[in-house]
Design a protein around this ligand. Sequence first.
Ligand code: RB5
Length: 166
Amino acid sequence: MEKIVIGSDHVGFELKPVIIEYVKSLGYEVKDVGTYSSERTDYTIYGKKVGEAVASKKYDLGIAICGTGIGIGIAANKVKGIRCCSCSEPYSAKLSRQHNNSNVLAFGSRVVGPELAKMIVGEWLNAKFLGGRHLRRIDEITAEENEDEELFQKVMTSDSVRYQDN
Ligand code: RB5
């Protein structure tokens, strides 16, 4: 069973249980890393928690909720190995998996209602990375993340079969 980690700040706190129930209903195991009350806190803490849980490979994918999905998404993206997408509609969420191999999804409780949020999550979980020509860009992102300019250039100019379209 695939494992999903979810976190939110105080603004995303009310939407979070709705999403947890929905994700469980789709057959995933879900771990809630907080926040556990509506008391004011920082989205950075929970973006980091979700990001680290996914980067550690203890969880397959992560979901992060704040007011807009922006702050918590930026925080998650600071964790090495995380490709977090902040999405307010399902099309971008789906493509973020297919093309960008996103491993964390962020959205905002002040932007999307519960039903749209569920649709975004459903499309995202259902989509798979397409690889092929998209893989080169992911490898370039990883090289940049590791500040490895030599590898970036090597990947950029490679015509390896690994990067052929599919
Ligand atoms: C909290 O007021 C708010 O800034 C936060 O939930 C989020 O929207 C930040 O990006």
